[in-house]
Write a protein that binds this ligand. Sequence first.
Ligand SMILES: NC(=O)c1ccc[n+]([C@@H]2O[C@H](COP(=O)([O-])OP(=O)(O)OC[C@H]3O[C@@H](n4cnc5c(N)ncnc54)[C@H](OP(=O)(O)O)[C@@H]3O)[C@@H](O)[C@H]2O)c1
Length: 365
Amino acid sequence: MSIQRFVGRPDWYTTFNPETLATTGTALRWGVVATGNIAATVTADLALLEDAVLQAVSSRRAGTAAEFAESFGFASHYYDGGPDGTSPAGYLQLMADPAVDVVYIATPHAAHYDIAKAALDAGKHVLCEKALTITAAEARALIALARERKLFLMEAVWARFVPGFQRALEILESGEIGQVKWVRADLGFPAPQDDSARIWAPADGGGALLDISVYPLLWAWGTLGRPDSVAATAELTALGVDSQNTLTLSYANGAQAQLISYLSSHGPRVASVSGTEGYLETIGSVNNPTGLRICAGWDNERVEMFEHPGSGYTYQLREVTRCIQGGLTESATMGLDDSLAIMELFDDARRQMGVSYANDSRTDL
Ligand SMILES: NC(=O)c1ccc[n+]([C@@H]2O[C@H](COP(=O)([O-])OP(=O)(O)OC[C@H]3O[C@@H](n4cnc5c(N)ncnc54)[C@H](OP(=O)(O)O)[C@@H]3O)[C@@H](O)[C@H]2O)c1
């Protein structure tokens, strides 16, 4: 087996490379909503982009807003009530800030629709964490609003842009492993049992499906396309969210995919894509593989390894930046029709699993 280690900029590594940090146009002024785990990780990567200005952050709480602003160097910070206790929610103050061009939303999923709608209503472009919304109906309404207002909107499926996934698609397109017949992918981790934590709480859209399944699904979606049917099973907690689920996807051409997402066990976190001439599998987690093992036939095996700046989020941030700078309202790579179709698939899976959320019965869309 030959092992090739790609460091820096190999020939094929042209679109998505460390130069992703270099400016591609007029600087964008970013507002970040929420100060939790992913807000901090993505903001640290955002600060690496030459044409990103950390303009404002909002939080529900004064102390965390100030602390987050200071640690990353945001020009302004907003919090519920404001200094005199009478101002609207911090995120609404941020939307009213004329210095903010684009808003990154990093709250639990159940709040995504309302906050993204407020941003679009205020004329801001939006990058919203996954899951884009809780329901397909919310996603449909949000997408219609963004299109009507001619504003950029993208679901933050960063894994769509990382080098390991991009390279896998390139290998498939080259025909090296032939026609894809099946995909198997898993992702998860043992989350501490705490019904109030957003990952478990029904009010926050808790459960493995909305939190994790988009990543294994990406491998099936990217290699085989939108499935013709999904069969979903799950183990539910006492509060009715899925602690693990299995999605079996079927395609009219006979291809299949089996995807497992989990919050109560360890797992290999591997994606395998099997074709008529060979197969490939990820090394490292499916959402940002550090490498690929490619087996083209029985005796021809190699490994390709990848490096990336920051924590791997710069690729999606460059995509958002480049799209907005270029006057695009949608990414061709992580498009809104795909996000909607994924939410429709999740609605279908939830019906089969017996999982529902308060957002299912909203009447204001
Ligand atoms: N792309 C990725 O790799 C990745 C990784 C993890 C999570 N995520 C996604 O990012 C989102 C947040 O996840 P997280 O792990 O960062 O969660 P987290 O650590 O709990 O942070 C969420 C933050 O949102 C705010 N918040 C909490 N409840 C809220 C509510 N009901 N309404 C409005 N704001 C609320 C809080 O910030 P304030 O107190 O400052 O308001 C909180 O710190 C989820 O949608 C998740 O799926 C993405």
